[in-house]
Design a protein around this ligand. Structure first.
Ligand SMILES: [Zn+2]
Length: 126
């Protein structure tokens, strides 16, 4: 399937998945992550949820067959906004906010192009 065609519907399904109004969801071009389409690389979707106690940002999780997203949060080392957790439901988000929950980042965390150069959380630095 063409990722450019499959990611757009996911952007809309994040609102009911996280129990927020669709009007809180804004989708913009992702400045850091691209997808291969038939016409070449295209910008990914950066999904921003506002009008909630804090602003949440997500990118589509293309590794899952159902609806899923990767939560964008600050890298503890370089401060760049990178994928940190796999989120499909509000419960996943609650788990992420639970201080007792396993905070091991998703593997996309370590391969994300948004890390600043020299950040030790990228494979090239190990
Ligand atoms: Zn980093």
């Amino acid at each position: 399937m063409d990722p450019a065609e499959t990611t757009r519907p996911r952007d809309r399904t994040i609102a009911p998945a996280l129990h927020v109004p669709v009007t809180c969801v804004t989708v913009t071009d992702d400045a850091h992550r691209t997808y291969r389409a038939r016409s070449g690389p295209v910008p990914g979707d950066l999904i921003t949820i506002t009008d909630t106690p804090r602003t949440w940002r997500f990118v589509p999780d293309l590794t899952t067959t159902g609806d899923g997203w990767l939560l964008i949060d600050a890298c503890p080392r370089c401060g760049a906004d990178v994928p940190t957790a796999r989120i499909a439901t509000l419960a996943d988000l609650d788990d992420h906010l639970d201080p007792d929950h396993n905070k091991e980042p998703v593997h996309e965390f370590y391969t994300d192009p948004a890390h600043l150069s020299g950040c030790q959380n990228t494979p090239l630095q190990h």
